[in-house]
Design a protein. Sequence first.
Length: 440
Amino acid sequence: MKIVVIGGNAAGMSFAAKYKRNQPLDDVVVIEKRDYLSFGACGLPYFVGGMFDDSERMISRTPEQAIASGLDVRINTEMLSVNRLEKKVLIRHQDIESAIDYDRLIVATGSRPIMPNFGEYNDEFVYTLTSQEDGIAVKRALKDSSKQRIAVIGAGFIGLEVFDAAHGLGKHVTIIEREQQIMSQQFSPEMVDVVEQAIRTSGADLKTNTSVLAIRDADHGGYIIQTNKGDVEADIVVLSLGFKPNTDRFDLPKAPNGALLVDEYGATEDAHIFAVGDCAVVNHLTLGKAVYLPLATTANKQARLMADYLSGKETHMMGFLGSSSLKVLDYELARTGMSEQMAHDHDIHVSMSVIDDKNQTDYYPGQEDIKVKLTYQPGTKVLLGGEIIGKKGAVSRINALAVAITAKFTTEQLGYLDFAYAPPFSRTWDALNVAGNVAK
């Protein structure tokens, strides 16, 4: 059996390594366009923010290590096309083209940043932040003391993490977001308003419901960003406008955004081609539908599941919740499962409850507000999703909620779930207990 993996980042290498351990006698070839593998882009905002300085720490496995494990790794090699009839891929290495045959093809080509046409300008200090090269360039630019004005276009995960990093370096940051709120795809408006207020209080300029029309060079250096609500001046611009799956060279059924359509095991309509990671959809556990979840954790888990499945081993994961979190200033933002917006988009009737509580007892130093929103089925009260925001304990609680949702707990069961208690960590009735009891 010959397995060819296109893409050597998180999903591709997770699949290749696990499959090779399962089937050591099979040939596993990894085709990677860059000269490095297994790059953890999630660390980039912390790298550019000065929390560590060696970009190699974001690489979990070198090509040499992968080859030593038995993988056939081809770096600096680009896939040009796929011949599905003959089961061959055309590749190019050092300007030499050749074909490689496969029994199964694993597409793990990831995604690329969306780059709208904002006009003509000198792009020397206009960046995205998804690759090792991006990180080194942005880090160098932020170290320049003459560049104090940072504009971040897009208030999703990367945009807010870049804001956090630049703010920590003492820069003045303007965040420009087209939607009415930050993190509009992940959080409800009533949940993130406290974070938006904190961003503005920090001295940053947060412009929501604001569209960028054009970027042009300023007369005395830097940039003028033209928006529908006036101009913004910046020395550095970071674009964080989402991702487009790298699937242009695959003639297979796709979602509207270009992600390859696959079943719960990553199978495409072609019995010999599977897809995993940011180039493909995954099965959402509580929606019961395929959705696009470009998350590192999802890519790694789906890749491992596929490797076991294609090796003939029993698998245990049949869906994902999109559990995710981020830090903005002193706040933890965490979410899992089906949100109210997702339910609305998919025409699913749900019930919601929102509580304001405390993360711990008041007599132990460090008590903070914490807010919990639950989404659940109206009749059965089975949990479907949740959002938690606070300065302490939001992420740990979302992990507990993800377990409860996976186990199909009801709100009543959540209300009586026996969480650990001590004054520094919670109150006798934890915030999740309270949320469950209110939802009943």
